[in-house]
Write a protein that binds this ligand. Structure first.
Ligand SMILES: NC(=O)c1ccc[n+]([C@@H]2O[C@H](COP(=O)([O-])OP(=O)(O)OC[C@H]3O[C@@H](n4cnc5c(N)ncnc54)[C@H](O)[C@@H]3O)[C@@H](O)[C@H]2O)c1
Ligand SMILES: [Zn+2]
Length: 385
């Protein structure tokens, strides 16, 4: 079908050299987060979102075997044209090298501007693929299908996409929102307990900063969550997703760097960098970071000892590390403080700590001293006091 579109513009020239020319680019992104009960409804939802376009499915090698190949077959059965690739699992592969390989692969598959990239996996796949989608042809649509608890409750939502750099985590990235998120807790049935725990850390974070109700749900149900009970998992994921979407919508592009969602992440990121991205999982590092930030808050008298015990107690009951000795690899506190110094340099000279005050209430402080950090890292509170 031939098409002729006439475009006319007759602009006045700006003669005044003192008036700056305004560059304007307004954009509003909105995407659905679908909660599916099983794989059949997941495939149906995906089919509707893909809407006949070509699909480039990217996953990691473990998820490929467990779920992604089957999912690709179902999409092919719907009549869709699906290409699939995978990269080796693990945080060490959330890297520029992986991203370049994926970009070469997308170019070889001749993926076009309106086609769809499908990220199927945990936070590593979702962060890497989201960034690749943001730069390929200056941005192609992508859909997230999370398969870890952490990706369900956190990484799949919010459009923060990035790969790591040896000097800092998530150093190379963008804000680029997905076209849709398709959430099916059925995929979590194959996830090991350690990964369920790591995901739970990000859910506990949301409870502390924004929802006493979510915190209490986890207090009551953590045993069932860690046993991968699908009913409780669905409740946890729905609640956590709603909280994350609410918090992100307030400031999707992080104009304000004082973000409660960073609770546990200041020390957490330093711990991941020092340990070389991998041996300590993101959720474990965040759990340790939350315990340390809570200790700093209690020593500053903004958090009661009782609530400190409740937060640290829940992390411990969920089997998450709260002290240096509980981390999967031993770390020197001096190295963690030095890594924080590096992060301070990248972040305009300030380290922001999110300090809990009450469930659903935080203070964001940028004047935490190295001594306070040292104390929080090295001298855990007594939980029986
Ligand atoms: N973008 C964001 O807003 C955001 C938020 C939180 C975390 N993150 C990032 O997410 C990453 C961590 O993600 P993660 O914890 O999901 O780790 P991950 O992606 O490395 O997954 C953990 C392991 O589980 C395996 N796996 C995935 N799904 C599985 C399943 N259903 N059954 C069995 N095994 C499965 C993976 O192959 C991998 O070995 C970090 O890089 C972190 O920075 C991003
Ligand atoms: Zn996180």
């Amino acid at each position: 079908m031939s098409e002729h579109v006439r475009v006319s513009e007759r602009l006045m020239l700006p003669w005044d050299p003192d008036v700056p020319i305004a560059g304007l680019a307004l954009r509003r992104d909105e995407y659905p987060v679908h909660m599916c009960q099983d794989e059949a409804s997941t495939v149906a939802r995906l089919g509707a979102e893909i809407d006949g376009r070509r699909v480039a499915l990217i996953t990691d090698n473990q998820v490929a075997t467990l779920h992604a190949r089957r999912l690709a077959d179902h999409l092919t059965e719907l009549g869709l044209e699906v290409s699939m690739t995978s990269f080796p699992a693990g945080e060490a592969n959330k890297s520029l090298d992986t991203a370049v390989e994926l970009l070469n692969w997308l170019a070889a598959t001749k993926l076009a501007r309106r086609d769809v990239v499908l990220a199927v996996g945990g936070g590593v796949v979702i962060d890497t693929v989201g960034w690749v989608a943001s730069v390929y042809m200056r941005g192609v649509p992508y859909i997230n299908v999370p398969t870890t608890l952490l990706a369900h409750v956190d990484a799949a939502l919010g459009g923060k996409v990035a790969v790591d750099h040896p000097s800092a985590k998530n150093l190379i990235g963008a804000f680029y929102q997905p076209k849709a998120v398709i959430s099916n807790v059925g995929y979590l049935s194959t996830l090991c307990t350690r990964e369920l725990r790591a995901g739970l850390a990000e859910a506990i974070k949301k409870g502390v900063i924004a929802s006493p109700e979510l915190f209490e749900l986890i207090e009551q149900e953590h045993t069932n969550i860690l046993a991968a009970d699908p009913k409780v998992l669905a409740q946890l994921v729905r609640g956590s997703s709603a909280i994350k979407c609410h918090l992100i919508a307030k400031d999707p592009y992080e104009q304000d760097l004082r973000r409660p969602l960073n609770f546990g992440h200041t020390i957490g990121h330093a711990v991941e960098t020092v340990s070389g991205y991998g041996p300590i999982h993101h959720g474990e590092a965040v759990a340790f970071g939350m315990a340390c930030a809570s200790r700093i808050a209690e020593r500053r008298d903004v958090l009661t000892p009782a609530l400190l015990r409740r937060i640290v107690g829940l992390l411990q009951e969920c089997g998450l590390p709260t002290t240096l000795t509980e981390l999967p690899v031993s770390l020197n506190p001096r190295e963690v403080v030095a890594a924080l110094g590096q992060i301070r340099k990248i972040r305009d000279g300030h380290l922001r700590f999110v300090l809990p005050v009450a469930l659903g209430e935080t203070i964001i402080a940028n004047d935490i001293t190295d001594e306070e950090i040292h104390l929080a890292l090295s001298s855990p509170e007594r939980l029986d006091g």
